[in-house]
Design a binder for this molecule. Sequence first.
Ligand code: FPP
Length: 247
Amino acid sequence: MDHIPQHLAIIMDGNGRWAQKRHLPRIVGHQKGVETVRRVVEECCSLGIKHLTLYAFSSENWGRPADEVAALMGLLAKYLTSELKMLLSNRVRLNVIGETAKLPDNIRQTLEGAVERTRDNDSMTLTLALSYGARDEILRTCQQLAGRVAAGEIAPSDIDEELFSDALDTAGIPDPDLLVRTSGEMRISNFLLWQLAYTELYFSNKFWPDFDRDELHEAIREFGRRQRRFGLTSEQVPDKAEQGGHH
Ligand code: FPP
């Protein structure tokens, strides 16, 4: 692993199937999934990854059975409380993207507290996508920019990639270098549609509860073997050694 992505994004998939395979309730899969979150966050810190973004709850996930939604919210609240110390000791800054207004009040307050307590941390930014959908994010951004045009603050022609990026939920966070999705599904599922334009994709066959250090390292090694051309020819792009990223 000689090339570590600066920003790793993960679609954590397969908790339900992990449980069903064992004739256990789906929620047990989510509980196991939280343990994977814990391991992956710590491992990413020690690898020197600067941004880790986890798709924890999609805007579509609200449509799941009420008991599963409630259980996921409960796990999230528990995680935020039990892991705060770890986030602080690893100097991790917590960040949230998505339509957080839809979250239950107690979760929103716990989140806001954790974001506030970790705001000055500078080793890694852990972004949780909660009640997140990329089309929703893009539409909210359009509405916000249209409002600024209507108010006369900006002209339509001022809206370029930079201004648009800065108005998204992910403002200030570089685009992901590597996206990992677990459980063998090969879809983006409405995650970071704008931000993933040039991201390398890696699909792991492991269910999220089984996603371990070796599998994470394999994804990063594979990332290191790819040449990112950003639409140019291979002669035009500098050697990997000279490309962005960190060692
Ligand atoms: C996908 O598995 C996973 C989710 C919808 C939720 C991910 C949430 C966690 C790992 C726990 C809470 C998060 C944090 C950050 C503490 P699935 O249920 O879609 O699995 P399936 O496709 O096999 O049914």
